[in-house]
Design a protein around this ligand. Structure first.
Ligand SMILES: *[C@@H]1O[C@H](CO)[C@@H](O)[C@H](O)[C@H]1NC(C)=O
Length: 311
């Protein structure tokens, strides 16, 4: 190997942003508003759950953990993208790019596990309600959280080991706003056929797992429907929030990873769903649909306003 072609690329250029000045302004405001919403909304959920002892149930602990991950997930990409809007050409160094990919997958993988845990929690609460508190003990809930992080790390590392040593020998333009496995692998100068298979199998597997949590919600609905005649609509209202969150997370992931190498790249725009709309949907959906959450937030809101009034 005489060095000309071996890993000469030290930076990637993200060319996802169009050159239009109006488009930049639009994207800036869009992401700025959503990112603020994501941070404030999700942190408010976390603080509410921690402070209000009426919410000390596994469902709310899981919700607070999902909120934390939502903040993390959008923070992997959105701040960098917003700052890139000010410099016209967005360059990302190789190590930064790899770090970004790594955290996207750790946090994304962990969040998927928690969405499944949430489905399990709802299943136990509705279909096995007499045993709910023994099955979903605080120990169980904590182990779900630990397992989620472990799965996230394994999921990221198991793909990462294949990609970190790939040779990049020339092309360095990524037609996207951020780095991820599919985009980066298009630029390598070796045949990535097997590697694509690894990535698709890995991310596809974890996306499918989320799909099963969706199926389990259907299962809950059917169980309730069989057991009692009248209550279905009430349960459906409760579960529709969970189902919406799962679909919002699951659908873009299917497109990004289960068919990640299409001829054209719609993934550029799925970015908006994954890193802006899905993370904001959590606080929006859960606070609007859940009565206990609304009451707790109102109480906390009053307390904040009250204490600032005294000061
Ligand atoms: C996450 O879940 C754990 C275990 O149930 C809980 O103790 C912790 O408070 C939760 N984290 C947040 C940020 O709410």
């Amino acid at each position: 190997m005489d060095g000309v072609n071996d890993s000469v690329v030290s930076d990637f250029v993200l060319i996802g942003l169009s050159n239009s000045w109006k488009m930049h302004l639009f994207i800036f405001w869009f992401f700025f508003v959503f990112y603020m919403g994501i941070i404030l909304g999700n942190l408010f959920i976390v603080v509410t759950v921690i402070i209000d002892s009426h919410l000390h149930f596994s469902m709310y602990f899981l919700l607070a953990n999902i909120s934390t991950l939502d903040v993390g997930l959008s923070s992997t990409t959105v701040p960098k993208m917003i700052s890139d809007l000010f410099t016209n050409c967005s360059i990302i160094s190789f190590p930064t790019c790899m770090t970004q990919i790594f955290f996207i997958h750790v946090v994304g993988g962990a969040e998927m596990v928690l969405l499944i845990a949430m489905a399990f929690d709802r299943y136990t609460a509705i279909c096995k309600c007499f045993h709910y508190l023994t099955i979903m003990s605080s120990k169980m809930c904590a182990s779900f959280v630990v397992v989620a992080w472990i799965v996230g790390i394994i999921h990221a590392v198991s793909q990462f080991v294949f990609v970190i040593n790939l040779p990049f020998c020339g092309p360095n333009k990524i037609d996207s706003f951020y780095c991820d496995f599919p985009q980066v692998m298009k630029l390598t100068c070796v045949d990535t056929y097997k590697l694509k298979f690894v990535i698709i199998a890995n991310s596809g597997f974890i996306s499918m797992a989320t799909f099963f949590s969706f199926v389990s919600y259907i299962f809950i609905l059917v169980t309730v429907w069989k057991r009692s005649s009248g209550d279905l609509s009430k349960v459906f209202v409760t579960l529709s929030a969970h189902i919406t969150v799962v679909i919002l997370f699951f659908m873009p992931c299917m497109f990004l990873y289960v068919w990640p190498f299409p001829a054209t790249s719609p993934d550029k725009y799925l970015f908006i769903v994954v890193f802006a709309i899905t993370p904001v949907s959590n606080p929006a959906i859960y606070t609007l649909r859940n009565k206990d959450m609304r009451i707790a937030m109102r109480k906390l809101g009053k307390r904040v306003v009250g204490s600032s009034g005294i000061l």
